[in-house]
Write a new protein. Structure first.
Length: 245
């Protein structure tokens, strides 16, 4: 009987712990490497796994894909039932960081222009880009870059993701691509194309990948934010993130 009571007590405690656990949906609209690779791994998946290893109270984080338009709509409606990974305040007209709660950046990136070496595309040569096609992501706005594209006479050619644009460039279906540098370098490395394409810095500020957290999830923010601030000094995370450079 004593063994049975002990077992029942342990079972009851386990059930209570499970009942108190909170699953936090971590939404992303990214569907390209190295941020998300085959929906099962990548920088974002590794970061979510790393957060779960930190055991932040009763929180369990779960990465979930959500198309950008639906993600934007949920945020505007105030119906977002989780947090969002990989965003920055400028993309949501929240430079003052008042509409949402924002963690410190966990990654710094910037946009580059990718073009084939010897193709004659040179931002420093007037008219060299006029009428040439540039691959961009459908529905995306590029602050500081859109005006540059217009000034140089480039013609926008949209695709559903950044890696699709890079594949179109590889196949010669567009003349150049504007893409995050981390995405470009990972693509060129994994396809052994680094000696065939060149990267040129584009105007505009750096991309700071942060967590966007609705005010309704402030309790999650207060547990998450200190961990994100320390990532730059976390050797375990730095080794994990280094795989995608």
């Amino acid at each position: 009987m004593r063994v049975s009571l002990t077992f029942l007590l342990a079972l009851l405690l386990g059930c209570c712990a499970m009942a108190k656990a909170e699953v936090v949906n971590v939404y992303t609209s990214a569907n390209f490497a190295p941020l998300v690779i085959n929906n099962t791994r990548g920088l974002y998946s590794d970061l979510v796994e790393h957060l779960n290893q930190q055991r932040l109270g009763n929180l369990t984080f779960k990465l979930t894909y959500l198309p950008r338009k639906r993600l934007q709509l949920k945020l505007e409606e105030g119906s977002m039932d989780g947090i969002v990974i990989g965003m920055m305040p400028q993309w949501f007209d929240d430079v003052a960081q008042q509409k949402y709660l924002w963690t410190a950046p966990f990654a710094i990136d910037r946009f580059v222009l990718v073009s084939r070496i010897g193709d004659g595309l040179d931002p420093d040569v007037k008219g060299s880009m006029t009428g040439r096609t540039i691959g961009l992501v459908l529905g995306y706005v590029y602050p500081g870059i859109d005006a540059w594209i217009a000034r140089n006479g480039l013609v926008r050619n949209d695709a559903l993701s950044e890696d699709i644009n890079l594949e179109k460039l590889r196949l010669g279906r567009v003349d150049c691509v504007a893409v995050a540098e981390s995405v470009a370098r990972y693509y060129l490395k994994t396809h052994a194309l680094a000696d065939q394409f060149q990267l040129t810095d584009l105007p505009g500020q750096q991309t700071e990948r942060r967590f966007l957290i609705p005010h309704a999830k402030a309790a999650v923010y207060h547990k998450l934010a200190p961990v994100i601030r320390k990532l730059k000094d976390d050797p375990v995370w730095l080794r994990s993130a280094g795989k995608y450079r």
